[in-house]
Structure formats: structure tokens, C-alpha cells
Design a protein around this ligand. Structure first.
Ligand code: FAD
Length: 442
């Protein structure tokens, strides 16, 4: 076939979590040429604004903390939350890879610790790993990008949005990249779609997620679902398009998020009618978003005390809230009553602890929280090796997908999202695809 402007062995669409991990793993093979085509590093990727928390079961950090866990238990937690048994093979493949990935990242001189202060609903063992210092996903992505720059057989091409796939009959043969406004046809033995989901595309969100209403959008502008249409034209299938990673912890008028660990440290939610409306510990932050959407004014006051503050303030989320002055200090119950437009007695009643929970003590902290959309979770159907499957269930030759471009792990609804699923899908599938390509493309 003629008419190519350049050729690589592996063309990666998107330089975020999935794309960079795919490239890092594939590039270990010095015989492969890997091109990562990134729409806009300035526009950014969700991984870089994420908390960077990595879910993995049976790591040495867990063992050191005396925590029993396994990839199987991790997979069961995800599947219990999602109810999506059809995805079991993919979930199990990702959970099996997860401890190896965390170990590998640590082995590249990246400081990792177990988030022993990061309890999450639905997680039967403490298994979120994070960087010491809690600088979040930005630090991790800068580190991984620097590692990628160290590979001579890899090019990270920025400001180079992929605008289409190039096909040869029913096979994917490369990508069409826009560079300085001019289309370049890049031939590739394999194309990996790692362009994230469509949460930044208002029309697609309205089409697939009308139940979300008009949430605050907390993701990057680059997540516009570009890859979905190209893959559909090649015969790919979509699944679980109504699921999203949401957050019910977005601070009104600020857009920062309070820590998901607050409810586990006694924080309570009170709505504009002065009522407690949920067992705060029972809901993951994605699921909590739906509950908040149904409250008067689509918001509620989250209230906590000094003990809860001390347990959470080192998280990057709380640091951002404090820096943004998104948290109010409330000295006494009378001040809390004023903030809630209630009497002190009503405020006192609203703070009554649920059975078995501790009572908050003054002084308090308060933030008005609402629901937000962070990332979509529906996408292309893939197999456990990341190959994109067509309507017949057969892989589309030459086409892979991972991270937010692929169907996520939450099942059909946002309530099924378990903390850590997003980066697990992205880094995990990048790891599996890159490892396989290092073998297959030779
Ligand atoms: C605020 C926030 C906090 C989060 N916290 C966590 C967390 O702590 N743990 C967790 O597991 N998950 C978390 N997530 C979810 C997680 O960040 C995502 O699931 C994950 O980043 C998806 O990885 P990805 O590689 O698919 O996409 P991204 O990391 O977003 O990377 C996609 C890249 O593709 C590029 N791109 C898009 N279109 C094109 C195109 N046409 N051509 C070329 N390039 C393109 C984009 O510019 C971007 O660089 C969070 C998300 C948000 C928004």
C-alpha cells in the first residue's frame, strides 16, 4: 500500500496513563519503533490530575502492614460492585497484573507507599497505593514521561491529534495524524487507542448519560471520545455507555474535592432541609454523586471535626481544598446552625451519630458539596489482551484499546465504580498490551 508519510511498529493514540504505559512496555524491545501521538500535553490527561492512587492486591507494602489480600479478592470486589460478570476475564487479567505494575513503578525509583489512611466503600482490604508525599497523578505521569524520553526507539509527538484510523480492508493499518493542520498518514503494525473517554464532549454526554443532569465537570478538556467513531466504523462494539466515574465530593463554587476518607472518620452530610439523607460510609464517591443529585439544590453540607481533619489533611485533595479556601471553620454548634439555616437544636440533631459511629465534637469544618462528572466508563469492548472486538466477537486485526477508551469496570451504572478502577484499567491494559506487542510485533 502506498501513500504513507511515515511508519512505526506501534502507534499509540494518546499520551496519558494507558498510552505511556503501553509505550514503556513495548519500547523495552529495542527492535520496535513506537510512536505516541498526543493531542495536547498542554490540554493534559486525566491521569495527571487524578489522585494517582493505584489499586493492587497482594503487594509487599500490604504484607508489611499485615494486610491479607490477593488479585482474586480484588477482582471479586470489583465484580461485586459492578455486577458485570461478562467482564470477569478482563477484570481478572487486570487485577493479576496490578501488583506487578506497582512493584515495577516502585523499581523505577518512584516512592510508593500503601494508602493506609485511604479507606474506600466496597474495598474489603486496604489496597490503594500512592506516592509518599501525596503529590498525586501529576507527579506519577511526569515520572513515567521522563522514563519514556529515555527510550531511543520511541517518539512522543505532542500537538499531534489523531483524526482517523487508516484501514486496509477490514484491518487497521495505521493512523491519520494532524500536524500543523496537515494530515499525515502513519503506517503501523498495531494501533493502540488510549485517548480516554468522552466526558469532555457535551453532546456525547447528553446522548449517553442524560441521567447525570448538568454536573460539574472535573476532567480534562481532551477527553472528547475521538476514537470511538473511528473504531465503530471498523466494526467495534460499545458497552456500558451509561456508566461514569462521578464524585459526590465536589466543593460547590470551587471544583476541588474533599477526601473520600472523611465519611470513614465520622463526617456527616446534611441537606438544605437540615436532614441527614444517607449513611455516608455506605456509598463510594461515584455512587454518592447520584444521591446528591437528588437532594434539594443538588448539594449538601459535609461536616467534620478536628479528628477527621487530622486523619485526612495530608491527602492532595484536602491540601487543594485548603489552598482554595474551600473549607469553612465553624467554631461551635450555634455557628453550624447559622451555616445550615437551622436552629442549634436542629443542627445538633443532624449531627447525631449513626449506630456504632463516633460523635463529632466542636470546632467543626464544613464544605458544601455537589455532584461532578470526572470520566466516562463506557467504551469499546476489548478482550483480556486489549484487542478490540467486533460485533461478531472476533478481534479487529491491528486494533487495541485500553483506559477510558475501552469499556471500564463499573458495569452499566456509575454506582458500580470502585476506587482505583480508572488507573487500573489504564495502566493495567497498557501494561498487558505493551508486553504482548513487544512479543507479537517482532
Ligand atoms: C479528577 C480525577 C481524579 C481521578 N482520580 C483517580 C484515582 O485516584 N485513581 C484512579 O484509578 N482513577 C482516577 N481517575 C480516573 C483516571 O484518571 C482515568 O481513568 C485514567 O486517567 C484514564 O486513563 P487514559 O489513559 O484512558 O486517559 P488519560 O490519562 O486521560 O489520557 C488520554 C490522553 O489521550 C489524549 N487524546 C485524546 N484524544 C486524542 C486524539 N484524538 N489524538 C491523540 N491524543 C488524544 C489526551 O490528550 C490525553 O493525554 C480520576 C479522574 C479524574 C478526572
Amino acid at each position: 500500500m502506498t501513500g504513507w508519510d511515515a511508519e512505526v511498529d506501534v502507534a499509540v493514540v494518546g499520551g496519558g496513563a494507558c498510552g505511556v504505559m503501553t509505550a514503556l512496555r513495548a519500547a523495552r524491545d529495542p527492535g520496535l519503533v513506537v510512536g505516541v501521538f498526543e493531542k495536547s500535553a498542554r490540554g493534559g490527561c486525566n491521569a495527571a490530575i487524578s489522585s494517582g492512587s493505584l489499586a493492587a492486591g497482594a503487594t509487599r507494602w500490604q504484607a508489611a502492614a499485615g494486610i491479607e489480600d490477593s488479585p482474586q479478592r480484588h477482582a471479586e470486589d470489583i465484580l461485586r460492585a459492578s455486577g458485570d460478570e461478562e467482564r470477569r476475564p478482563v477484570v481478572e487479567a487486570l487485577c493479576a497484573a496490578a501488583p506487578e505494575i506497582v512493584e515495577w513503578i516502585a523499581g523505577t525509583a518512584y516512592p510508593i507507599e500503601l494508602g493506609a489512611d485511604m479507606p474506600r466503600a466496597g474495598m474489603t482490604a486496604w489496597r490503594l497505593h500512592t506516592d509518599t508525599g501525596r503529590l498525586g497523578g501529576g507527579r506519577l505521569m511526569r515520572h513515567l514521561r521522563a522514563l519514556l524520553d529515555g527510550h531511543d526507539n520511541t517518539a512522543f509527538v505532542d500537538e499531534a491529534p489523531v483524526i482517523d484510523l487508516a484501514a486496509h480492508g477490514s484491518e487497521v493499518a495505521g493512523v491519520v495524524v494532524s500536524q500543523n493542520g496537515s494530515p499525515q498518514r502513519i503506517r503501523a503494525g498495531a494501533v493502540v487507542l488510549a485517548a480516554d473517554g468522552f466526558a469532555g464532549n457535551r453532546a456525547l454526554v447528553e446522548e449517553h448519560l442524560p441521567q447525570l443532569g448538568t454536573p460539574f465537570y472535573g476532567g480534562v478538556s481532551t477527553s472528547t471520545g475521538d476514537a470511538l467513531g473511528w473504531a465503530l466504523r471498523m466494526g467495534a462494539r460499545l458497552r456500558n455507555m451509561g456508566a461514569a466515574l462521578r464524585s459526590g465530593l465536589v466543593v460547590v463554587d470551587h471544583g476541588t474535592r474533599v477526601s473520600p476518607a472523611l465519611p470513614f472518620n465520622g463526617a456527616v452530610l446534611v441537606n438544605l432541609d437540615g436532614e441527614r439523607f444517607v449513611d455516608e460510609e455506605s456509598k463510594g464517591y461515584s455512587s454518592l454523586a447520584g444521591v446528591l443529585r437528588r437532594q434539594p439544590g443538588e448539594r449538601a453540607a459535609m461536616i467534620w471535626d478536628a479528628t477527621a481533619m487530622a486523619a485526612t489533611r495530608e491527602s492532595e485533595m484536602m491540601r487543594e481544598c485548603l489552598a482554595a479556601r474551600a473549607i469553612h471553620d465553624v467554631p461551635a454548634i450555634e455557628d453550624l446552625a447559622t451555616a445550615l439555616h437551622r436552629t442549634p437544636e436542629e443542627a445538633e440533631r443532624a449531627l447525631a451519630p449513626l449506630p456504632g459511629r463516633r460523635r463529632l465534637t466542636a470546632p467543626y469544618h464544613l464544605a458544601w458539596v455537589t455532584h461532578g462528572l470526572l470520566a466516562t466508563q463506557g467504551g469499546l469492548v476489548i478482550d483480556p489482551s486489549g484487542r478490540v472486538l467486533g460485533t461478531t466477537g472476533e478481534p479487529i486485526p491491528g486494533l487495541y484499546a485500553g483506559g477510558g477508551t475501552a469499556c471500564g469496570l463499573a458495569g452499566p451504572h456509575s454506582d458500580g465504580y470502585l476506587s482505583g478502577n480508572g488507573l487500573l484499567s489504564a495502566f493495567g491494559m497498557g501494561w498487558l498490551i505493551g508486553n504482548n506487542l513487544a512479543i507479537e510485533q517482532r
